[in-house]
Design a protein around this ligand. Structure first.
Ligand SMILES: *Cc1c(COP(=O)(O)O)cnc(C)c1O
Length: 465
């Protein structure tokens, strides 16, 4: 025996096999799977409440040391100090930002994908996963009206998807004009990740003014006619703005793009799922997109983190994103032209088969269940708008765009909205963050969860009296 921790550890490791972490441990597995079952059974999932970092740091202090500890202790710390301090975006009472609402089937299957650490990089390695993911991508492409030959992959989120697609748009534009400096047109309502992608790509955005927050073909044509500068090679349209759910004039914009041979990129990260609803007519023109992105981790009811990026011509995307290295050569031996490697269609190499949770849930429930769930949320949104109009001191700012409702409590400013946000969260009643609309701080509900009820929203409105 020794009191020296280093020597003690040495003595222990000598008697333990080096692969002990890789052996099946029924105690550890039982604990974690039991927790999985419990969390999965939640329906009115608690919002939880992030506190400041200090108590969490204190609770987790020393957890990572050279010896390790009982998994029960570690799992308890996760439940009480980690999970409890993470807002549940999948709670039906989460109305802030853009909520999440993964189906139980998709959550379970995410666990299955994790259990296998299932990758989906290339045909050489992962044809099973890729065929299934491609079924989902084809379903989305069909809804969008994109042609046979459309292909893509799943990346971590809308930001990564926008960046990957705009990298292709920029490169194809550069090749066409034979110049390095090109520009990408977008509206002043485009998502912040589009501006970020442009910055990363070193492309200056050409910002087009909107009509009532909506980019139109007429505005685009007018702006391009008055423009004189480095070639504009692409246009970003938004199918469901994050702030207000507004779908740009895709029909008019796509006509201008075809007329002038511009790459049309459509960002449907939030709104794309409305293709499943009676609002699908708003997406006319999307069928002409060169690239289209949408986030299954938003309104397609899949868990984080999952965004689909689709290209009309995946060969172009592969010509921009394929990584070349001698050790990767075997990935590119396939002589079948339509077998694009997912790895070659975005700025990633290793990737998990993150499209499979949606694939499983779609296969189990059928696409009609998805249509019904999305439509239900849109119908609920209309009921919420009507309720707001009946509520004293509260005004509806505009007809909801898809499932986003903007409202005003008369006489309120930023402080009141933020105080309300804190109070509702402290009471675990709702999470509702304000936004800014035409220079004014206003209330906002982003609805997305099919388990959200009118009563849950009414509780918030009652707190405004
Ligand atoms: C959410 C969103 C994004 C960014 O998606 P992430 O998955 O958060 O990276 C991009 N565009 C729009 C319109 C969005 O709503």
């Amino acid at each position: 025996m020794t009191d020296d921790p280093y020597l003690a550890l040495h003595a222990v490791t000598e008697t333990r096999p080096p692969d002990r972490m890789h052996r099946y441990d029924p105690h550890l597995a039982g604990l974690v799977l039991e927790y999985v079952r419990t969390r999965l059974s939640f329906t009115d999932t608690p919002l939880d409440h992030p506190s400041g970092p200090e108590p969490i740091e204190e609770a987790l202090d020393g957890f990572i040391d050279q010896y390790g500890r009982d998994p029960r202790e570690v799992l308890d710390a996760y439940v009480h100090h980690i999970a409890a301090n993470v807002l549940s975006t999948d709670s039906p009472r989460f109305f802030g930002f853009i909520p999440a609402a993964p189906t139980k089937a998709s959550l379970l299957f995410d666990t299955v994908v994790s259990i296998a650490s299932l990758q989906g990089c290339s045909w050489l390695e992962a044809s099973g996963a890729i065929v299934a993911e491609n079924q989902v991508l084809r379903w989305i492409a069909d809804l969008a009206g994109m042609p046979a030959g459309t292909g893509g992959t799943f990346v971590s989120g809308g930001s990564a998807a926008n960046l990957s697609a705009l990298a292709v748009a920029r490169e194809i534009g550069r090749r066409r004009f034979g110049v390095r400096e090109v520009r990408i047109a977008c509206s002043d309502e485009a998502h912040s990740s589009v501006a970020n992608a442009c910055r990363i790509l070193d492309v200056e955005p050409f910002v087009i003014p909107t009509d009532d927050h909506r980019l139109t073909g007429a505005r685009l044509r007018e702006a391009l006619d008055g423009y004189d500068g480095p070639p504009v090679v692409a246009v970003v349209a938004t199918a469901g703005t994050t702030n207000a759910g507004i779908v740009d004039d895709l029909d008019g914009i796509s006509a201008v793009c075809r007329e002038r041979n511009l790459w049309l990129h459509v960002d449907g990260a939030y709104g794309g799922a409305a293709l499943l609803s009676d609002q699908a007519w708003r997406f006319k023109g999307l069928e002409h997109a060169d690239s289209f992105i949408t986030d299954p981790h938003k309104w397609w009811f899949a868990p984080f983190d999952c965004a689909a990026v689709l290209y009309r011509d995946p060969d172009q995307a592969a010509s921009v994103h394929t990584q070349h290295a001698s050790y990767l050569d075997p990935l590119h031996q396939s002589d079948h032209p339509v077998y694009w490697n997912p790895t070659d269609l975005a700025h990633h190499l290793s990737r998990r088969a993150r499209g499979l949770p949606l694939w499983f849930s779609l296969a189990v429930h059928g696409t009609d269940a998805y249509r019904a769930a999305v439509q239900h949320v849109l119908d609920l949104t209309q009921e919420v708008a009507a309720l707001i109009e009946e509520t004293p001191h509260v005004e509806l700012i505009r007809e909801p765009g898809l499932s986003v409702v903007l409202w005003r409590r008369t006489g309120w400013g930023r402080d009141e909205y933020l105080a309300l946000q804190d109070r509702l969260l402290a009471e675990q009643v709702a999470f509702a963050t304000p936004t800014v609309w035409e220079g004014e701080v206003v209330g906002r509900f982003a609805l997305l969860h099919p388990s959200t009820t009118l009563d849950m929203v009414r509780t918030v409105l009652d707190a405004l009296r």
